[in-house]
Design a protein around this ligand. Structure first.
Ligand code: SF4
Ligand code: SF4
Ligand code: SF4
Ligand code: FES
Length: 985
């Protein structure tokens, strides 16, 4: 809440915000004050002293001074100027000004700008290099100590925003500098390559390597030529004024050769947005902004650095048509005609439902909308689905049952402000890295409590206040026992339940069997642990529950998701800030792929295909007769192919041949298809089975929108032209539809969104105008454009406006024959997205993580004689993998962890079964057991020494500026100025 106070700035009376610092108020009133270490996303760091102003007669750091009513602030006083100049002198002692030949001189160098604004012409302490070399060891960014002003922004970002805790400043050194871990080269540290440090650095000290030698007209010079150039520039000019004038001119010329385009990350469901800087087809850097609604200035390695795939030599640039066992290149017209002819023929011979369509959770909302329209309106079938079936559908089902909307209850800011965060079956720091930083920061700095339930002691588990390690597949049991304990001990939210929830009585009865004794037996958790968890959850004012594939990919995935929602209802954790359920969406647009109708039973906005009124609405709008029969989901499609009922498939942007479970069985199905079309940017494993392959364009080459895990719709803009003959998916689908006589005439994805929003109630007010730039909308969006960052504040979209407690029962996980004695947990890795078909194209990422590895516990290693690098074969009843081991206490006993970043002999889905969640058909990927044999006892470790998991983080709060202030060579400039004045100097 704003706390309005009256203050004077340079003699002018103004209203200011008493909750903010003097510097924030000065900035708000556009009073210019230098502020080199301050960054709005990091808060006061207090290292640079450039922001000194006079407050009530005292010289103070404006960034660290609260705004008190009646304060008299002077920014013009000579002592202020003298103090600021002294601070700048010290800064320039640490930073050489050679702006014209500097790659950072793009109008945003804060040192350049401060020197210019302060009209500093000379420095009294000359620049002096530091006795440490440039660190170029990391593939994506480098550190130049000679340019480092020791502002500490990078340290603050790494320690307290990203919370990887790699960076510090060695204040004890004669010439301090930034160090990684305990002073190792960058590439051998715990750095996870998130890029926060290079994003917040005010100058060229910490800089993305993509910029080096590229940004300026004269920055591509080699060191031999550059050094004399720098000296020449410095000697010829009479003062900084002219150096800056020339470099400003050069910097503005750079605008014409660097294109800056806002885009949305194409990897995970956090939905980070940022500007991508390009020069022709080259990607110079990714620059996040404070204005980005989901991530602000944050990114992870994939969004910041994982873009090489866009220009990969392996991109498909021409349509391909199968001839025998090879493909030949073709023109679009030929490919369209062939598809139209084959699909019509199959439909004519075997019926419309012999065709199937699979949409992509990587492509845009508009493209998902068109894919389902193609299936329904052009081909007359509801056989359309998307890969949320592989991960998220059970979560959506659990939420539909209990609260009526299948999406996150609130925003990432709600998770950040929750008093307690409950994380179940989610490796958040690796799968949703930027979202995880908000939890890590809230826990580190603001006392947030975190409970994690998982099989594996991943980063979030090791940081948690409470780590629960139940037996695989037993989450529903402990969740129900904890809920029962809360009710039995009168800790439930009675008024919330009475006013806003139906079904209490029946639900309480359903909990009967979930005693703590029963739960202890089934889950392996102790009664004490469960009681403690129950009390922490019940006593916290606000709780957010986060879950992911560790919950959903089980035989009872929908029921466990329901149990989580039930627990949040029982404790009144819906409809208020800082509370709710957050099924963390995996792919960048897995939420939107379903929202916009690529589902066999739902139109866009989750309206039922069986609802006559809804169907008639779409029939009128699309001018086509639509099927009233629910179609097959992608799991059922595989069965239908094997049974001979499904003959053709059109699949876009989905490597089903790797990511579906039991892939040997899926590959056999592909081979049985009469006709198979795959639309992708690469010749994926799936595409190898196709009859026609269509080259699509990735996100940087098109426009559209993605919907992130917060239900947030965001626009992406085109940065590059489509490569070769590739085309955006929406254009391909439209042209194919038109080959079949559909007469669609969308000129831009905005036209598709306009049609979708006119039909789908959840998106009624969505328009491209309201999504301009960094603006976003969280559905439901009212016709007037009002969106809904927080759901359920007034009512639930269920009968009587009330939520419903939904009784569920436990489905025990799959049991395997005793020879399969090891449980194979599996999931994502931070640096390779999913199977890695995009991230392996990034040389830097691949150099640090070249392939898959198997995590083995120290106990199992000693029992079986395994060591780092031992090559083993794992065999399940469905297939086998070959993979090398690493030994780690992230896993215990007979539990293994096999990440999913492999498409070959280590691909986890060689092991998984075709068994699935009983309610949604989501494969039970997490219910796998295997036996192990040693193939080669000794071998090289699959994890290089440059992998961040080998690092040695050094946690601390902030930059420890007190250590700087305690140095004998430091004195506060304000004190020096006043002392000199007092001494008459
Ligand atoms: S983890 Fe690495 S890239 Fe990220 S802020 Fe820390 S040092 Fe920089
Ligand atoms: S490297 Fe770090 S301490 Fe040095 S100038 Fe950049 S942000 Fe500041
Ligand atoms: S992968 Fe996810 S967390 Fe990383 S930058 Fe992209 S959207 Fe953000
Ligand atoms: S901005 Fe205040 S000390 Fe740096």
């Amino acid at each position: 809440m704003k706390n309005e106070v009256s203050i004077q700035i340079d003699g002018v009376l103004i209203k200011a915000d008493g909750n903010k610092s003097v510097l924030d108020n000065l900035n708000e009133h556009a009073v210019e004050v230098p502020q080199l270490c301050y960054h709005p996303s990091l808060g006061p760091i207090k290292t640079c002293d450039s922001c000194i102003v006079e407050v009530n007669g005292e010289l103070v750091r404006a960034c660290d001074t609260p705004t008190e009513s009646g304060a008299k602030i002077d920014t013009k006083h000579k002592d202020v100027r003298d103090s600021q100049v002294m601070a700048m002198d010290r800064i320039l002692h640490n930073h050489e000004l050679y702006c014209t030949v500097c790659d950072y001189n793009n109008g945003t160098c804060e040192i350049h700008n401060a020197v210019k604004d302060m009209k500093i012409n000379h420095q009294s302490i000359p620049f002096e290099p530091k006795p440490a070399p440039k660190d170029n060891s990391h593939p994506y960014y480098r550190y130049d100590p000679d340019q480092c002003i020791l502002c500490g922004r990078c340290v603050e970002a790494c320690q307290d925003l990203q919370v990887t805790e790699t960076l510090s400043i060695d204040w004890k050194s004669d010439r301090p500098r930034v160090i990684w871990d305990n002073d190792v080269p960058i590439n051998e540290s715990s750095c996870v390559s998130c890029g926060h440090c290079s994003t917040v650095c005010p100058c060229n000290a910490m800089m993305e390597k993509g910029m080096e030698g590229k940004a300026g007209y004269m920055t591509g010079l080699d060191q031999k030529t550059l050094r004399p150039m720098i000296e020449l520039t410095k000697n010829v000019e009479t003062g900084y004024g002219s150096i800056l004038a020339i470099s400003d001119m050069e910097a503005s010329m750079r605008d014409s050769k660097i294109k800056k385009t806002k885009t949305v990350c194409t990897y995970c469901g956090v939905g980070c947005s940022f500007d991508v800087w390009t020069q022709d087809r080259e990607i110079l850097k990714v620059e996040p902004h404070v204005a980005a609604p989901a991530n602000g200035i944050s990114t992870c390695v994939k969004g910041k650095f994982g873009w090489d795939y866009v220009n990969s030599q392996e991109r498909l640039t021409k349509p391909l048509i199968r001839e025998g066992d090879r493909f030949r290149e073709a023109e679009w017209e030929e490919a369209y005609s062939l598809i139209a002819e084959k699909m019509k023929k199959i439909s004519g011979e075997h019926g419309k439902d012999a065709l199937s369509f699979i949409s992509s959770s990587k492509t845009t909302n508009e493209e998902s909308y068109l894919m389902q329209k193609l299936a329904r309106a052009v081909f007359g079938t509801n056989n359309v689905d998307n890969c949320s079936r592989y991960c998220q559908t059970p979560a959506t089902e659990g939420l539909f049952r209990t609260v009526g909307h299948g999406g996150d209850s609130g925003s990432i800011t709600d998770i950040q402000q929750a008093e307690l965060v409950l994380i179940i079956g989610s490796n958040t720091a690796e799968s949703h890295p930027v979202l995880a930083t908000r939890v890590k920061r809230a826990q580190k700095l603001h006392g947030q409590k975190v409970i994690v339930s998982d099989l594996r002691k991943h980063e979030m588990a090791s940081r948690a206040d409470m780590f629960l390690h139940p037996k695989s597949g037993s989450d529903l049991v402990w969740l129900s026992a904890v809920t029962k304990y809360i009710v039995d001990n009168d800790l439930h939210d009675k008024s919330f339940l009475a006013e806003r929830v139906n079904g209490m009585e029946e639900y309480i009865q359903s909990l009967e069997k979930y005693t703590l004794d029963y739960a202890e037996e089934q889950t392996g958790l102790s009664k004490k642990e469960m009681k403690q968890a129950a009390e922490m959850i019940a006593k916290a004012d606000t709780v957010c529950s986060l879950w992911a594939m560790g919950v959903t990919q089980h035989l009872g995935g929908s029921d466990t998701s329901t149990a989580i929602s039930n627990l949040m209802l029982i404790t009144g954790n819906y409809g208020k800030p800082g509370a709710g359920t957050y099924p963390l969406r995996g792919h960048n647009n897995v939420q939107g792929a379903s929202d916009f109708g690529s589902m066999p039973n739902k139109y866009p906005s989750y309206e039922n295909v069986t609802d006559n009124e809804v169907r008639e609405k779409y029939e009128r709008a699309w001018g086509a007769e639509l099927s009233a029969d629910i179609g097959w989901n992608n799991h059922e499609m595989v069965e239908a192919i094997h049974n001979g009922n499904l003959k053709a498939m059109y699949l876009k942007g989905e490597d089903m041949g790797i990511v579906d479970s039991n892939i040997n069985y899926v590959h056999e199905a592909f081979e049985k298809l009469d006709f198979f079309v795959v639309q992708d940017i690469f010749l994926s494993k799936t595409a190898e089975f196709a009859d026609v392959v269509l080259p699509a364009s990735p996100s940087l080459e098109k426009e559209g929108t993605f919907t992130n895990t917060e239900r947030r719709i965001q626009r992406l803009y085109q940065a590059l032209e489509p490569l070769g003959d590739s085309k955006p998916d929406w254009q391909i689908i439209m042209e194919l539809a038109n080959t079949l006589g559909a007469e669609w005439n969308y000129e831009h994805p905005a036209d598709i969104m306009a049609e979708a929003s006119a039909l789908a109630p959840l998106f009624a007010g969505v328009s491209y105008e309201l999504l301009e730039g960094y603006k976003s909308l969280q559905w439901p969006v009212e016709p007037d454009g009002t969106d809904t960052p927080l759901l359920f504040e007034k009512e639930f979209p269920l009968p009587e406006g009330k939520a419903k407690l939904f009784p569920v029962d436990w489905t025990p996980p799959l049991q395997y024959d005793e020879q399969y004695d090891l449980h194979v947990n599996n999931g994502r890795l931070l640096e390779h997205f999913h199977e890695g078909n995009m991230t392996y194209k990034a040389e830097g990422i691949t150099s640090k993580t070249p392939g898959v590895f198997l995590e083995v516990s120290p106990e199992l290693a000693s029992e079986r004689g395994l060591e780092e690098g031992t090559l083993v074969r794992l065999t399940s009843p469905y297939g086998s993998v070959k993979v090398s081991c690493i030994i780690t206490d992230r896993v215990t006993g007979n539990e293994l962890y096999l990440p999913m970043n492999d498409s070959g002999v280590g691909a986890v889905n060689q092991l998984t079964s075709s068994r699935a969640d009983k309610d949604t058909d989501t494969p039970a990927y997490k219910e796998v057991s295997a036996k192990m044999e040693i193939l080669k006892a000794k071998g090289e470790s699959p994890l290089p020494d440059t992998n961040h998991r080998r690092g040695n983080p050094q946690p601390q709060i902030g930059v420890k500026v007190e250590e700087k202030w305690a140095r004998s060579d430091y004195a506060f400039p304000g004190d020096l100025v006043r002392r000199r004045k007092g001494a008459g100097k």
